[in-house]
Write a protein that binds this ligand. Structure first.
Ligand code: GLY
Ligand code: MN
Ligand code: MN
Length: 442
């Protein structure tokens, strides 16, 4: 079975046209799809699939800009013996026919063809340092291109970072991307809800991770978008806890940070709730305070605001919560100035989301905040984490970690919460958690 996720290739052609206009003439972009490893399943490099729609490993795309832009693909040859084991390939003929390349070659021809393709180009956009073998091919071809052009007196073309331009494009989601992201966010939110319903004290974190993955796959996701964080009790105070090997107990909270990947787009959702479905009064107070901050921050996510400003606001509000909960003593202004809040809130409030969980896009440019634009998607994920051994914190809050994370599509008028299907209000959580216990195989 040939791998082909996208039916319409028109969107990829339009993206290459946009790249052409942003870069200006006489540029050449060199992108590789990535190598197939034996330990992890292969996933095509995000910018490669974004501009080509082609998903096989060991492929190279060359995009030349100018009045008559050109698109070349170098791909694996057809090979019946290998295809018997690993599945059908497009080969150069299929790559040209099915992916709209002006010309397609065997990857084996890259050494020979690349110097010709680089001749006379003023800038080469290539991301160095990702794979040494590819660096060698590109540098050698760049040198050979100058040698071929010696008589014309052309100098070595300059080497530029393709992400500067591609991230400008990727950070704004078009209507197709919005639909795919909404789909992935909604199925991920449903998987969270399914896990909430299924959960019972005594289940292990790994079993709960399994329930999430089951639900992702039942809804035709490609895979987990990243290793799910299933952190019960004080494990929730480890920000990127991934061991997922503890048995849950009643009277404690569980923090689940999980999202699927589908059509190459990711969701990124965190919910925190009691394993047995009932908040204690201290958990209630702590959770409600973080929830109110999160909801207030989401309201600010509209065109014109920015990630650095959102972080400032998160710091201000979370520090006030820390004072109210008696985690910190002192004046708000001083605690912010001397960064005391970092003890309990050590991370950023959010990030761009898309083909990667921490997606491309700049939050600052020339030291100035980059304003939100319509079509961006960001996460909003404030949290407070009190280490178990923190002798300065009130006893009842030690070992509590609460983070609440939603994915927001940005518009001019109102934040569109793509992950709203996953409950987060205390009442809703108490009604849902444990409501349909899952019988695990004995
Ligand atoms: N799941 C990783 C993050 O929230 O940034
Ligand atoms: Mn997350
Ligand atoms: Mn996140």
């Amino acid at each position: 079975m040939i791998i082909k996720t996208f039916n319409s290739l028109d969107i990829f052609k339009k993206r290459r046209e946009k790249l052409n206009s942003l870069a200006g003439p006489d540029c050449v972009f060199i992108l590789f799809s990535g190598e197939e490893g034996h330990l992890a399943p292969f996933r095509t490099q995000s910018s490669f699939v974004y501009l080509t729609g082609f998903e096989e490993p060991e492929a190279c795309a060359i995009i030349k800009t100018g009045k008559k832009p050109e698109f070349f693909l170098f791909v694996r040859d057809r090979d019946p013996a290998l295809e018997l084991w690993d599945g059908e390939r497009f080969g150069p003929l299929g790559a040209k026919k099915d992916f709209g390349a002006d010309q397609a070659f065997s990857l084996k021809e890259l050494h020979n063809e690349l110097p010709q393709l680089l001749r006379g180009q003023s800038s080469i956009f290539y991301s160095m340092g990702e794979y040494l073998e590819n660096d060698k091919i590109v540098f050698s071809a760049r040198k050979q291109a100058v040698a071929l052009d010696r008589r014309s007196g052309k100098s070595l073309s300059s080497l530029c970072d393709p992400n500067q331009i591609i991230s400008q494009m990727r950070v704004i989601k078009d209507s197709h991307e919005k639909a795919w992201m909404k789909d992935c966010c909604e199925l991920s939110a449903k998987a969270h809800t399914y896990a909430m319903k299924s959960i019972q004290p005594g289940m292990t974190e790994k079993q709960i991770q399994g329930i999430l993955i089951f639900s992702f796959m039942q809804q035709n996701a490609t895979t987990e978008g990243y290793t799910s964080i299933v952190a019960s009790g004080a494990n929730a105070t480890t920000l990127h806890y991934r061991a997922n090997n503890r048995k849950t107990q009643k009277n404690e909270l569980i923090l689940i940070d999980a999202g699927a990947e589908k059509n190459y787009y990711k969701a990124d959702i965190t919910r925190t709730y009691p394993v047995d479905g009932k908040f204690t009064s201290f958990q209630h107070e702590f959770y409600q305070a973080v929830l109110e901050v999160q909801k207030d921050l989401i309201h600010k996510v509209i065109v014109g605001f920015s990630l650095p400003e959102l972080q400032e606001e998160a710091i201000r509000q979370l520090t006030q919560v820390m004072i109210d909960l008696k985690l910190l003593k002192g004046k708000l202004k001083d605690l912010i100035k001397n960064k005391s809040y970092q003890k309990y809130y050590p991370h950023g409030v959010g990030h761009y989301l898309g083909l990667d969980v921490h997606d491309v896009g700049f939050s600052k440019k020339d030291d100035q905040p980059v304003p939100f634009q319509a079509g961006m998607v960001i996460t909003v994920e404030p949290g407070i984490y009190v280490p178990l051994g923190d002798q300065e914190a009130p006893k009842e809050f030690r070992g509590l970690g609460v983070r609440i994370e939603d994915d927001i599509y940005i518009t001019k008028t109102r934040p569109e919460i793509l992950t709203a299907l996953a409950p987060k209000e205390i009442k809703a959580l108490e009604a849902v958690v444990g409501s349909e216990p899952l019988r695990l195989p004995s």
